[in-house]
Design a binder for this molecule. Structure first.
Ligand SMILES: Cc1cc2nc3c(=O)[nH]c(=O)nc-3n(C[C@H](O)[C@H](O)[C@H](O)COP(=O)(O)OP(=O)(O)OC[C@H]3O[C@@H](n4cnc5c(N)ncnc54)[C@H](O)[C@@H]3O)c2cc1C
Length: 390
């Protein structure tokens, strides 16, 4: 394909890196970003410090294009990543004029072809994509030859009931539930009892931060009877290791502000005056208490409805594109730093010229790293433009 017109969906770190790669290749491209700034998801968890240092968070393209990029072993917060790296990348002349903020991609399809038509044919591969866009001035359509879905996962949180479905009463109380990592300061906002659900790094971060507030008690619900907190032997990322140690200390009863209920799930939620009555299912039978706040951090998975009309083969277990999911599950280990590089064929879906990149490409798996996304960009752009090298 000669100089494809590329649609880049999402201006997070990976979408912006893909845009730089397109600019380097001399291709026409447009970045569509739903929010009114780039890196909107990163800003949403801007108060959180990354585990990975600057040296791992800056792509080789970003280093080439920006006169001064942060370097070294310091780990930035999400806000620092946005303002010190991603905003300057987005402001580069090659990108600024091609980035459309406040422009949500609602859906993408092959122009004039339904999902089941022209399966595996050259005709399908040569047919452009049509994108339906939602803008402040109404709906528009746009076309592209190559489409990169870099829309992330942070806007689509999982629910908190057993087996991943909403628990009884959860939908009615949805307005009371915080599903993103809350900025936690001693303002009284979190006074009282917090029901915290989840065991991943986000829940561990929330537990640590909430436990620092004198007026707050945390009832922490963890599905596993013996969580390992994602511990990595001889962890080279100190921030990650400290979090694991803190979580284990909470489980061992080290804080009178945090009670960890392992091997437990939330059976039901119901209003109790201004508060919420929580019923737990534990190995010793049901248990009840009343809470003032609910923080559900049970993971995220990308929005598949966007590409419903395309021939994307998703893994039935992870929701990630099938080939990539198989490669990731096959190499499953605890440490996201130890993931193998995957080739272009692993990133392909049955839909020609459509790729899911970045955090969304990992489906439900939470081991995605920025570094991996930058490598994905190398693979995909390199497959169309051999001059692109890592
Ligand atoms: C709390 C937290 C801490 C993390 N810490 C680390 C770390 O230490 N190191 C590391 O390497 N990784 C870390 N990650 C994982 C990962 O690197 C980040 O999630 C990263 O932001 C993923 O980048 P992305 O570009 O794939 O997606 P995102 O950053 O999620 O960006 C997606 C963009 O797409 C936009 N968008 C969404 N839907 C649409 C649509 N329909 N149309 C147009 N635009 C849309 C969003 O507004 C957003 O700007 C962390 C993740 C989280 C949540």
């Amino acid at each position: 394909m000669q100089r494809p017109h590329v649609a880049i969906l999402g201006a997070g770190p990976i979408g912006l890196d893909a845009a730089l790669a397109c600019a380097d290749a001399g291709w026409p491209f447009t970045v569509y970003e739903a929010a009114d700034t780039v890196a909107a998801h990163v800003r949403a968890w801007g108060h959180v410090r990354l585990f990975t240092p600057w040296d791992l968070n800056v792509s080789h393209r970003m280093r080439t294009h920006l006169p001064r990029t942060p370097t070294g072993d310091d780990c930035p917060t999400g806000a620092e990543l946005a303002t010190r790296l991603l905003d300057p990348v987005a402001a580069l002349p090659a990108l600024a004029s091609r980035t459309r903020l406040r422009t949500r991609v609602v859906a993408i399809a092959r122009t004039g072809l339904l999902k089941h038509e022209q399966i595996g044919t050259d005709t399908r591969a040569a047919t452009p994509f049509t994108l339906l866009l939602e803008t402040p001035d109404g709906e528009e359509t746009a076309e592209a030859d190559l489409a990169l879905d870099c829309t992330g996962t942070y806007a689509v949180p999982n629910t908190l009931g057993t087996g991943g479905i909403p628990t009884r009463g959860e939908r009615a109380l949805a307005h009371r539930i915080t599903r993103t990592l809350p900025p936690v300061q001693d303002t009284g906002r979190w006074a009282g009892t917090v029901l915290l659900v989840g065991a991943g790094k986000s829940a561990q971060t929330a537990a640590r931060d909430l436990a620092a507030l004198p007026g707050t008690r945390v009832e922490w619900i963890v599905r596993s009877p013996a969580p390992d907190w994602g511990a990595v032997r001889d962890d080279t990322l100190p921030g990650r290791q400290q979090l694991v140690e803190t979580s284990q200390a909470f489980a061992d009863g080290a804080s009178d502000r945090v009670t960890v209920h392992t091997g437990t799930h939330v059976h039901a939620l119901r209003p109790d005056g201004d508060r919420v009555r929580v019923t737990l299912a534990t190995s010793q039978g049901p248990r009840e208490f009343v809470c003032d706040h609910i923080v559900s951090l049970t993971g995220y998975v990308g929005d598949a409805s966007l590409y419903r009309q395309l021939q994307v083969h998703e893994c039935y277990a992870t929701g990630a594109p099938m080939n990539l999911s198989a490669a990731l599950l096959g190499s499953a280990g605890g440490d996201c730093l130890a993931q193998p590089a995957v080739g272009i064929d692993t990133l392909r879906t049955p839909e020609p010229h459509f790729f899911i990149l970045g955090a969304k490409s990992y489906g439900r798996l939470n081991t995605f790293l920025l570094r991996t996304g930058y490598e994905q960009v190398d693979e995909v752009i390199g497959a169309y433009d051999p001059a692109v090298s890592a």
